[in-house]
Design a protein around this ligand. Structure first.
Ligand code: 5GP
Ligand code: ZN
Length: 134
């Protein structure tokens, strides 16, 4: 869809730190992460929110979210993950292309869901660790 940042990321028009891609789903690092490794999992077809998304795309997107959560546990040694979606401006949605946030968590990490400071090097390093080849 024209003028959708996430559609442009999927097409490669806007660069991203890609974690995973198949025919239906694309996953990449959030540019303003809540914790290091914060990943966004998006269906390749433009659907706005949870009300709008086609079931097949929803299934595939949540299954890849699980795959990424497992990889986070494996390579980042996190204790848990937040897996969530914001649908609608009232719920805090900013980008109106459906996406699932997957956020690695450690016991006592004090994450407050505000962006943390990260460098390009941090993102590159974490991307290399989390990357899943299809
Ligand atoms: P929402 O509030 O819509 O659920 O979350 C949108 C997320 O997209 C935010 O966490 C924000 O940091 C992230 N985001 C916005 N623009 C970009 C971008 O151009 N690249 C990347 N990688 N993430 C983005
Ligand atoms: Zn889109």
């Amino acid at each position: 869809m024209e003028d959708c940042i996430f559609c442009k990321i999927i097409s490669g028009e806007i660069p991203s730190y890609k974690i995973y891609e198949d025919d239906f789903v694309f996953a990449f690092l959030d540019i303003n992460p809540t914790s290091l490794g914060h990943t966004l999992v998006v269906p390749k077809k433009h659907n706005k929110d949870v009300f709008d998304i086609e079931e097949e795309y929803l299934k595939r997107t949540i299954l890849i979210s699980k795959k990424i959560a497992k990889k986070m546990k494996e390579v980042l040694d996190c204790d848990g993950v937040n897996v969530y979606n914001n649908s609608g401006a009232s719920a805090g949605q900013i980008i109106f292309h459906f996406h699932i946030h997957v956020i690695p968590r450690k016991n006592g990490d004090m994450v407050d869901f505000k962006p943390i400071k990260v460098s390009e090097d941090d993102l590159r390093l974490i991307c290399d660790k989390l990357k899943i080849e299809e």
